[in-house]
Each structure stands twice: as structure tokens, then as C-alpha cells.
Design a protein around this ligand. Structure first.
Ligand code: DGJ
Length: 715
């Protein structure tokens, strides 16, 4: 990053020689400061993390910013290195630092060196002013004669001194992702991690909230929200010591991953992205969303495509006639794109279920005798764009690829193969495999330049993994696999910089900012039941803006009305995966109008500030709203869940509006020929009233699994 910015920046080198002369290193955003100082022993200390002080007089002292192992530190280190002589000690002393400013972003780099061994570490901190986000990572290098072994190489280490710590984690499994649990941290180490290799978010989402002193609410309390930009094994440790100090470490999970760094090799850790706030969880989310749209997600400020996917409607049973019919269904709905899912490829081993075909990315001649080109053209003729599903990292044993390239597959040479969804993972460490995966996309796009969207799936994690390419360096597998994936994505993005690609991993198995800089959106879960999705989308909303959270209306959750399922999908990035031809005329009319409404309000939903007003974890309802940057428009969502007779709901006070402005409240997305039951519908109310008095969002009889969407527009 530094290199890329150089031509445009004012370069300020603040290098100092004597520790005593080094001024505090202040890493600042608009409201936050992280302050580093150099101690008497020339070690770098974290002296402060919190609200930016106007006078800028920060405390000194503190704990070592990037703890090493083997000397005086007895806690979890950020870095542990075994030198060529077998000595496992490391001491890092401050040498110099520099700051590079580029608009809203300022990047501080602090160079540290070991006085005895030729090892240097540069700690990088990119501070994003307006979004109050700090991104931190480390670059490790040495000049010993032979490789050094590293058994820990954290991205960041942060210290906290609070009375209590409350950790919110997001864990789950297939079809029940991101369940929220908030618990106090006690003495010892709490770890959140993945060892899955691929699809690594499957059980634990790699994001957390850490509240200081007490639990924070949506609107109050001090906390950090953090997430690691890495699509491989990750690890967070929260170590509370004997004096109630907390060390929070983030990085690649070193499990089974001793890393042998060659002399001169530059080992760059992934970035830990975090925001600090004393304004509660809502502000933390808004900070991350704002950052993500500008810096974290591919084309985060651009339009997204609404789509009709065929997975739930057809699975792998279709032919080209059926697909062309589905184009008509998409057109009828008014969506931008038709997305052809799994099952379109394979000839020696046709992909008629999940047991065969992965790896053979040629159109199935029986199902698609006229090829993909025909489908792209037919779609265009019908006025709809065409997108396609791929799972390029995988292979089924029943495939030509498996027979032709057994050496391209991650599997133990001397043990039985172990499958997940009947498939194996390709050895993406191998540059030939990287070429193969790149060419799946490149060949397809070259032959069919009209393809407008890709869904990139990844349906299994690693087991019995062994890289034929790495030979005796197997402990590099997990890291080099992820690097291999990034190399492929880099190449794809150089050639196809703006092609929308959805990140999917058998539901929400990959949801991280390491990947999202190459992807426009992600698939949060295969569970598309509206009630479940309220919780799932709520969970992801803490870290990801709504334009990244794909939300499709399907026939799952049939006990819920189509209106409810649609209203739920409309809080994210709307799509459909349903048999439109089975809609009743009323349902079709409603859905066509819903797509139009969504297209009209999507700028607020995608780019606006999110306020979570009532959590489904607290009450049997969920209420949230998005407010446009200029506070002239807002979209309010109200979901009444599995309510009981005894439930009485209070008024809901809105947030984020301008108290001085007057807003017209209008219920939208109503079923044809129905009227709003909201007593304040179509009234003009002040922002002050809406935020101080609020709205009764459950007037009259409460109907479980019912929902409303309201639009507020400045008068
Ligand atoms: C898992 C994905 O999450 C689904 O949406 C679908 O694409 C299937 N894979 C296809 O195999």
C-alpha cells in the first residue's frame, strides 16, 4: 500500500536515534487515538487506545506493543521465532518510524530490530479518519543464513486495562450461522479460531465485539469491533492476566503452521481491522460499514444487481429450454440478472448431483447443447443479464480432472481419501493449479464476454490435507493455500476489475475482508427461511454493510407470507431463488412492485447508516433502519416474529434523523389493494418527535411473522 501511495503523498520521516528523544507516535482517526511510545529500554509500548484528546497530551508508559517470546515476556507473544542456532529468543527495539498521509488515510510504519539477530519487524497502522477504523499488520524479515522458524506471527496485539471485559462472538454451523453470544472474559485465555483451511468461517465467524468495563448497548458503551482480513485459518486470543489486564492478539492461526521464512523473505501478516468507539455497538458497525464501502469491499459504492437464481427452484435438474423459461421469469419479476447455479457442466461425469463433475468446467452437452454463449445471447435478447456459478477450488473423484491430475489434489499419499460433499480440495499452493483456476474464469469470460456475474462457491473444508507440491514443507499448507487463492483473485481482478462476484462457501463459510476486496458481496447462509434470516442478517450487520449481504426470497419458510420473506430480503442485497411461475397473480404483482421499490430505495439501504433499534435477541421482534448520509431519507424495517399473546410492544424511538427536519412517513411494499394499519402513516412528523416519542409499530392485533417497511422523506 505504502508503495502505491508514494507518488501522491507528503512523506514525513520522523526517524529518531535516541529513545529519549522520540515523541509519542500518535495514530489518529477523527475520534480515536492509538498512542505508542518508546520505553527506556527502547522497546515500543502501547500507551493509549481510546478517544482522541483535543489537547493531545497522552499518557506514557504501558505494555509492549508487539510482544516477543523467549525473553522476559511470559504471556502469549505476538511473534515467536527460532533462529538458525536454535535460540528462540527475540527482542524488538525501536529504530524509526514514518507517517504517510493520503487524503483521509494516514499510514504509520514503525521499524523495530533485534540488537543481536538480524531480524526486523515493521508494524503498520493505517488510520482511516472519517470511519474511525484502524488497520494494523506486521512485516517480518531476517538476514540469517538459513530459514528461521516462526511459530507465532500475529497481525496485531492490543492491550486493555478495564474493570471488566465482555466479548461478543458469532458462531454457528451450516444453515445456522452467526449466533450471537456475549459473555464476560475471565482469567486465562479465551480463543476464537478456525482450523478448517478453507470455508474457515464455518463454525466461528472471524469477527468480534469487545466491550470494556461493562456490556455496551447499541447506543452507549466503550468497545472495539475487530475482524481479520484473512480467508484462511484465523485466531484471536483474549488473555486476561493476574492484574486484570487484557492482551488481545489477532492473526493467522499458527496451528500446524510453523513457518520457515527464508533469508530476505518478506512475511506480511494479514491486516487486523478494528474500530474503537465509546458510542456503543451501533456506532462501531456504522464505522466498519463506512470503511468497508470505501476501502474494504470491491466497488463498495457502486450499484449491485438484483437477480433470480435457479438453485432452490431446480437444483441440478434443468436444460437450456428450462433456463430460457427462467429468463422470462426473471424478466417478469424485473430483476437485473439471471444466475445459473450448480449443475451446468461435466460430460464424462455429468453434474447431476453433488457426486460428480467438479473440475470439468465444460458445458454439459446434454443439458446445454447450444453452450453458454447461447444462454448469454438469449438472456440479452430477453433483456436480462446472465451470471454463472463456479466452484473452482474443488474436484470430485468422478471427474476427468481427478484422473488427469492426481498430483493437483490435497490428499494424504498414504491414507484413504476423505471427502466432504463427495469432493476434494485442489492444491492451490501449486502455481499450475493457480493457472488452472484462473483459466476457468478467464476462458469462460473470453468465450462468453457477456457473462455479467459469478457466484464463487467453496463447499468443503480441509481434512487429510497434504500438498504434493509442498513436499516436506507441509506446515506452509494453510498459509500458502490462502496466498494462492489471493494470487488467483489478483489476476482475475487485473483482467476483470469490476465483474461482480459473490463469495459463497456452502452458506456463510467465507465472510471476511481478506476476500471481500476481490468480491462484491457474500452469501450469508443456505438458510433462507425469513425468520431465520432476520437473525442471520442481524448478526452479519455488525460487521458488513447491507450491499454485501445477499438476501434471496425463496420458498423456504413457507409458513411465512411472501411479503414477510420479501421484506426480510429487502434489508440486504435483494435477490430471488424461487419458481416465479408458481406465484399467484397477487404474489407476482406484489413481487414486481417490490423489485421496483427496492431499486428505488436501494441507495439508502446500501449506502445509508444502519441503526439497529430493537434486537430479535431481546424481544420477539426486530426493528432497524437505514438513514441516508444527508439525513433526508430513511428506510425503516419492522418484523414481528414468533409473538405470544402476552407480548406488549412499546413505542420505538427512531435514530439518526435530523431533529430539525420534518419527515413524511409512508408505509411501502404493501400487498396490492391493502392499506397501511400504521396510525401515523402519511403524516409529517419532525425528526425530534420520531426520535423522542417514537412510533407504535405494533398497532392493533399483533400478527406473528408480519412485517412493514416505511420510507421517511424530508418534506
Ligand atoms: C452451496 C451454496 O451455498 C448454494 O447456494 C448452492 O450454490 C449450492 N452450493 C450449489 O451446489
Amino acid at each position: 500500500m505504502l508503495k502505491r501511495l508514494l507518488p501522491f503523498v507528503l512523506f514525513v520521516c520522523l526517524s529518531c536515534h535516541l529513545a529519549a528523544q522520540v515523541q509519542p507516535i500518535v495514530i489518529e482517526t477523527d475520534h480515536t487515538a492509538l498512542v505508542l511510545t518508546v520505553g527506556g529500554n527502547q522497546r515500543l509500548l502501547q500507551s493509549y487506545l481510546g478517544r482522541k484528546l483535543v489537547a493531545g497530551a497522552y499518557p506514557g508508559g504501558g505494555r509492549e506493543a508487539y510482544l516477543t517470546a523467549g525473553m522476559d515476556n511470559q504471556f502469549e507473544p505476538a511473534l515467536r521465532m527460532v533462529h538458525n542456532d536454535g535460540n528462540a529468543s527475540l527482542e524488538l527495539k525501536y529504530v524509526s518510524h514514518s507517517v504517510v498521509k493520503n487524503g483521509d488515510v494516514s499510514e504509520t510504519s514503525v521499524l523495530l530490530k533485534d540488537p543481536v539477530y538480524p531480524v526486523e519487524v515493521t508494524l503498520h497502522y493505517a488510520a482511516f479518519g472519517a470511519s474511525d477504523v484502524i488497520k494494523s499488520w506486521a512485516v517480518i524479515q531476517h538476514r540469517e543464513k538459513r530459514p528461521v522458524m516462526m511459530t507465532q506471527y500475529a497481525s496485531s496485539l492490543l492491550h486493555f486495562n478495564a474493570d471488566a471485559y465482555w466479548l461478543t462472538q458469532f458462531h454457528g454451523d451450516w444453515a445456522r450461522e452467526v449466533n450471537i453470544v456475549e459473555e464476560p472474559l475471565t482469567n486465562g485465555i479465551k480463543t476464537i479460531e478456525s482450523k478448517l483451511g478453507t470455508r474457515t468461517n464455518f463454525y466461528q465467524t472471524q469477527a468480534f465485539l469487545l466491550s470494556l468495563n461493562g456490556k455496551s448497548t447499541e447506543t452507549a458503551g466503550e468497545l472495539i469491533a475487530g475482524t481479520l482480513a484473512w480467508t484462511g485459518n484465523f485466531q484471536y486470543t483474549f488473555e486476561v492476566d493476574q492484574r486484570n489486564g487484557l492482551r488481545m492478539r489477532s492473526g493467522i492461526n499458527p496451528f500446524a503452521s510453523e513457518y520457515y521464512a527464508a533469508p530476505g523473505e518478506i512475511f506480511t501478516t494479514p491486516a487486523f481491522i478494528f474500530t474503537w468507539t465509546d458510542q456503543g455497538k451501533g456506532q462501531a458497525s456504522r464505522n466498519l460499514h463506512r470503511w468497508a464501502r470505501s476501502y474494504g469491499v470491491l466497488d463498495g459504492k457502486e450499484r449491485r444487481l438484483t437477480l433470480l437464481n435457479n438453485w432452490e427452484a431446480t437444483h441440478t435438474s434443468f436444460d437450456e429450454h428450462r433456463l430460457v423459461e427462467l429468463f422470462d421469469e426473471g424478466k417478469k419479476l424485473g430483476v437485473d440478472l439471471f444466475l445459473l447455479d450448480d449443475g451446468w457442466f461435466g460430460n464424462s461425469f455429468p453434474r447431476n448431483d453433488d457426486k460428480a463433475g467438479l473440475g470439468d468446467w465444460q458445458e454439459d452437452k446434454k443439458k446445454l447443447p447450444s453452450g453458454l454463449g447461447y444462454l448469454v445471447k438469449e438472456a440479452a435478447a430477453k433483456g436480462i443479464q446472465f451470471g454463472i456459478w463456479l466452484e473452482p477450488e474443488m474436484v470430485n473423484p468422478k471427474s476427468d480432472l481427478y484422473r488427469q491430475h492426481p498430483d493437483w489434489i490435497l490428499k494424504l499419499p498414504n491414507r484413504e481419501e476423505h471427502y466432504g460433499r463427495n469432493q476434494l480440495v485442489l492444491d492451490l499452493v501449486n502455481p499450475q493449479v493457480q493457472d488452472f483456476v484462473f483459466n476457468i474464469v478467464n476462458d469462460m469470460m473470453t468465450k462468453n464476454p457477456g457473462i455479467a456475474f459469478i457466484k464463487w462457491d467453496c463447499n468443503r473444508s480441509m481434512t487429510n490435507a497434504y500438498s504434493p507440491y509442498l513436499k516436506e514443507k507441509q506446515s506452509h499448507l494453510y498459509i500458502d493455500y490462502t496466498r494462492g487463492l489471493y494470487k488467483v483473485m489478483e489476476r482475475i481482478r487485473i483482467k476483470y476489475p469490476h465483474l461482480p462476484i459473490m463469495l459463497c462457501a456452502g452458506g456463510g463459510g467465507r465472510t471476511d475482508y481478506g476476500a471481500l476486496k476481490y468480491f462484491t458481496e457474500f452469501w450469508p447462509s443456505d438458510n433462507t427461511d425469513g425468520l431465520e434470516r432476520v437473525f442471520i442478517q442481524w448478526g452479519y450487520s455488525y460487521f458488513f454493510p447491507s450491499n454485501t449481504i445477499s438476501a434471496h426470497v425463496t420458498s423456504m419458510g413457507k409458513q411465512q407470507s411472501l411479503k414477510f420473506r420479501t421484506d426480510v430480503a429487502m434489508m440486504g442485497k435483494l435477490g430471488y431463488d424461487i419458481r416465479v411461475n408458481n406465484f399467484t397473480p397477487v404474489e407476482l404483482a406484489f413481487s414486481r412492485e417490490a423489485v421496483k421499490t427496492y431499486q428505488r430505495i436501494s441507495d439508502v439501504v446500501w449506502q445509508g447508516d444502519l441503526y439497529r433499534l430493537v434486537s430479535p435477541y431481546d424481544e420477539p421482534r426486530a426493528v432497524l433502519m437505514y438513514v441516508s448520509g444527508d439525513r433526508k431519507r430513511a428506510i425503516l424495517y419492522n418484523y414481528l416474529l414468533q409473538t405470544r399473546r402476552k407480548d406488549i410492544f412499546g413505542r420505538v424511538k427512531l435514530e439518526g434523523l435530523d431533529p430539525q427536519k420534518k419527515y413524511r412517513l409512508r408505509e411501502i411494499n404493501l400487498l396490492p389493494d391493502t392499506k397501511s394499519a400504521q396510525p401515523d402513516n402519511d403524516k409529517v412528523l419532525t425528526g425530534e418527535y420520531l426520535m423522542q416519542v417514537g412510533l407504535n409499530l405494533a398497532p392493533g392485533r399483533i400478527t406473528p411473522l408480519s412485517s412493514n417497511i416505511f420510507e421517511l422523506t424530508e418534506e
